[in-house]
Design a protein around this ligand. Structure first.
Ligand code: FE
Length: 200
């Protein structure tokens, strides 16, 4: 009887321990929680705006093409929007989508423009980036898939996120010019999308 009770106790202990292991909250210790946050905002499987490399090269400067379409990175402290604090919105240099607002811009001393949130929940898409021996969360334009930069978990409140973005992937429109410009040079892209019954 004593041996039976010992066996029963051992079985119950192992079963409970096993369940506890399965029921343990899955705390994510990998450095990609920012991705989870962004993906919860909704990530598109297909980008509405697609172009060939030749078409992108015709629209973009060599630096813009390198950053947006070849996932390049501009040198720190060299971008035109680092240390820039005018009021307005930041649009994708590729497709014109509104990506960030000056209201969420902050200076973290990194050398790149930084924002604590996108302009809206659907503005950007994030993907895991394991290049260069690092695990980071790449930030892309949700409309054209252009590479913008990376997002990290060391940003300020209220999100705690830091969107570290290349200036060359952005085009700033001053608040007073937004309506007047009507996305200016991007109007052709909107026309193309409308002709193809695509919604930009
Ligand atoms: Fe874009």
């Amino acid at each position: 009887m004593r041996n039976f009770l010992i066996m029963l106790g051992t079985t119950l202990f192992l079963t409970t321990a096993c369940q506890a292991q399965h029921m343990e909250p899955t705390k994510d210790t990998t450095p990609h929680t920012a991705t989870q946050h962004v993906q919860q905002q909704g990530s598109p499987a297909v980008y509405p705006v697609t172009k060939s490399d030749a078409e992108w090269r015709a629209l973009l400067s060599p630096m813009e093409f390198h950053i947006l379409r070849e996932k390049g990175t501009e040198r720190a402290f060299t971008g035109k929007y680092y240390g820039f604090d005018e009021a307005g919105s930041y649009h994708c240099a590729g497709c014109g989508a509104e990506l960030f607002s000056s209201d969420s811009k902050f200076d973290c001393g990194s050398g790149w423009p930084s924002f604590w949130t996108p302009a809206n929940d659907a503005a950007v898409h994030s993907e895991r980036d394991e290049r260069y021996g690092m695990v980071r969360d790449e930030v892309l334009c949700a409309r054209c898939g252009g590479h913008l930069g990376h997002v990290f978990d060391d940003g300020p409140r209220p999100t705690g996120l830091r969107y570290c973005i290349n200036s060359a992937s952005l085009r700033f429109i001053p608040a007073e010019d937004l309506e007047k410009e009507g996305y200016g040079e991007y109007s052709r892209l909107f026309e193309e999308a409308n002709q193809g019954n695509k919604k930009l």
